[in-house]
Design a protein around this ligand. Structure first.
Ligand code: B12
Ligand code: SF4
Length: 563
């Protein structure tokens, strides 16, 4: 048996004419933050995860052209071509399926990913009917193993290529910044029990939580990420409501605490959890269990009370920051409850929570969700769907109180306002690490006063050289004063910066100024060519990931436009 795993084919989608869809930090998290704006290269995790956990040899292709995919299919016999898709990819699939049939009629086509939620729409039935197998609603590893006749319960690993996040001009400051910071991904579980009406991931599992990796498998893979990458920011533990499942969090935490080399001193992970779930934890407990960042959906201040409960979300979020856990918040624009009269209050509230990073999106009605069904009845979704709109800034439904243009403007203005008032995310994170450092310094718990305190100290030392840029190039008086306070706080904790760090800070500032002058002349763009990546998997459990590490082969100049 031989399997070809592939993403959908190029061209890769571009949002609002300027954001490359596979560079998420350019359009969420760190948007419009001047010299601190970043760019990321992100592998197709699902494909690697599937390839790595079956015994059949396989090839993974990321972003082939139609011709490159055809060439691969002609190069040898594949029993299966397995494609991952999102709703945005429907038009690409319309071209890919007949091409695959033409070039390799014996090969069976397998489709998976959250895009399968679109297949019940009559408009996309030709895709549903054009493939041989669809992985709907569950774990793709089990699905593929079953299809290939392999044992289902072999243990699962996620030794995947990592996301690489870079501030491109920073590579010139020192070689250590050329490789950026890394984020590892692993899949603890699929789905979520809350079934918020707009949510695709809970619609995918119909409100079930489908466990994919056990705590032992998770921590083994986490360790692998830390052992194989020079600067791991964190591991993203994909599991929409992990924090509600205390037993799993505690089991992961115990294994991290017991890990002799990469314990609390090194390993940190991003966990998802609703406000309701967060309210069930003492923040210190989360810290002790290895949680370094919490991603929670605030959505609008005026909505989704069901998953927020009665808890005071502002003090919960501040409680996380106070012990050193970074809050990453998502917020939605265009909900029925938002009006011209209350939108400012909604935005002020969000900014007042002082998140480290945010994801701001237009409310989208994805096919397969309850929201889609409701709005379809009210004639608020178009009769003919435009797949290319199913993204963070998409225009997929008629909001009651805002045009789509107004929503996008509010989102982009809010990103900018956050930068102007709170300063860059990297420095906000440094503030949270200082909280963590102080908290752990005061703690009687040896795990906190020892390894966790060391963790925060290292993070602060690694990032503090950027403070001069944050102060001198601050986008407004509020950010400037916040950054000056941050620097004074650093001095009171650790004393003045060492000479070597001062030199680094001076050099970084000079280069940042030069970069901003260049941008004033030439503009700033993170658009670039994305070369095909091809990985060979031999089907052996535990084999190292194939050589091609994403990002390495993308020339830096192409990340920042003309040199
Ligand atoms: C990482 C991620 C990305 C990365 C990587 C994307 C990529 N191409 O691989 C980046 C940041 C680039 C990205 C971009 C986008 N993403 Co995205 N992304 C995610 C995220 C956070 C995690 C997915 C992941 O890698 N998990 C780890 C892997 C191992 O698990 P997995 O993908 O779930 O795969 C498992 C199963 O789903 C299944 N499976 C998946 N594919 C296949 C294929 C086959 C053949 C089989 C058998 C099984 C199978 O098996 C796997 C193992 O169980 C999810 C949210 C979430 N909670 O899952 C959104 C999500 C998948 N993204 C989404 C969207 C909409 C986008 C964007 C359009 C941007 C946006 N958010 O507006 C762009 C499109 C980019 C593009 N052209 O592909 C939506 C998809 C919704 C939908 N119904 O279409 C999601 C669900 C977010 C959301 N809640 O709306 N994304
Ligand atoms: S809590 Fe989050 S993941 Fe769960 S259903 Fe709601 S939006 Fe989806």
């Amino acid at each position: 048996m031989r399997v070809l795993f592939t993403s959908t084919c190029k061209p890769i989608h571009v949002f609002l004419g300027r954001f490359l869809s596979i560079d998420d930090v350019s359009y969420r998290f760190i948007v419009d933050q001047g010299p601190f704006s970043a760019t990321a290269d992100i592998p197709c995790f699902s494909l690697h995860f599937l390839a790595q956990n079956i015994s059949a040899p396989s090839i993974v292709l990321e972003w082939p052209t139609l011709e490159e995919l055809a060439e691969e299919l002609r190069s040898c016999h594949y029993d299966y071509v397995a494609i991952t898709c999102k709703v945005i990819d429907m038009d690409r699939l319309t071209e890919m399926i007949p091409m695959i049939r033409r070039v390799s009629p014996e090969t069976k086509i397998v489709l998976g990913g959250f895009g399968i939620l679109g297949l019940n729409e009559p408009q996309f039935h030709h895709i549903r009917d054009g493939v041989d197998h669809i992985c709907s609603a569950g774990d793709g590893v089990k699905f593929m193993r079953k299809l290939l006749g392999e044992p289902l319960n072999r243990s699962v690993q996620a030794h995947l290529p990592v996301e690489v996040i870079r501030i491109p001009w920073m590579a010139r400051v020192a070689s250590m910044f050329a490789s950026g910071v890394q984020a590892g991904y692993l899949l603890s579980a699929l789905g979520c029990v809350w079934k918020c009406e707009f949510c695709t991931t809970s619609a995918y599992t119909n409100g079930q939580t489908v466990d994919v990796m056990t705590p032992a498998e998770i921590v083994e893979s986490m360790k692998w990420y830390y052992a194989n990458n020079s600067f791991m920011k964190h591991v993203f533990v994909m599991d929409e409501e992990l924090l509600l499942r205390k037993d799993k969090v505690k089991a992961i935490g115990k294994l991290i605490q017991e890990e002799p080399v990469f314990g609390l001193n090194a390993m940190t992970y991003l966990a998802f959890g609703t406000i309701k779930a967060i309210s069930r934890w003492d923040p210190e407990e989360l810290l002790l269990n290895g949680v370094g960042e919490v991603w929670t959906g605030i959505e609008s201040k005026f909505s989704y009370q069901r998953k927020k409960g009665e808890a005071d979300q502002a003090s919960l979020i501040r409680g996380l920051s106070a012990v050193g856990i970074e809050p990453q918040l998502s917020w939605i624009m265009g909900d029925d409850c938002q009006t011209k009269e209350n939108i400012q209050e909604d935005i002020d509230y969000l900014i007042g929570l002082e998140p480290t990073t945010v994801q701001l999106t237009t409310l989208s009605a994805f096919p397969g969700t309850a929201l889609f069904k409701r709005l379809q009845k009210d004639n608020r979704v178009p009769e003919k769907l435009d797949p290319s709109q199913y993204h963070l800034f998409g225009n997929t439904m008629r909001a009651l109180n805002f045009t789509h243009d107004e929503q996008v403007k509010i989102i982009l203005d809010t990103y900018r306002r956050m930068y102007e008032e709170l300063g860059p995310s990297a420095m906000r994170a440094l503030g949270v690490y200082m909280n963590g450092y102080e908290y752990c310094s005061r703690s009687q718990n040896l795990l906190l006063s020892g390894p966790k305190r060391e963790f925060f100290k290292r993070r602060i030392e690694h990032g503090i050289f950027q403070i001069r840029i944050a102060i001198e190039m601050a986008p407004g008086p509020r950010a400037k004063s916040a950054m000056e306070d941050l620097y004074n706080r650093y001095v009171s904790l650790f004393g003045p910066m060492r000479k070597s760090v001062r030199n680094l800070a001076d050099r970084a500032l000079a280069l940042a100024e030069k970069e901003m002058e260049r941008r004033a002349r030439e503009g700033y763009s993170t658009m670039r060519d994305v070369p095909l990546k091809r990985f060979t998997y031999g089907g052996q459990p535990g084999e190292p990931i194939p050589a091609s590490i994403p990002c390495a082969d993308v020339p830096l100049s192409s990340l920042v436009g003309p040199a």
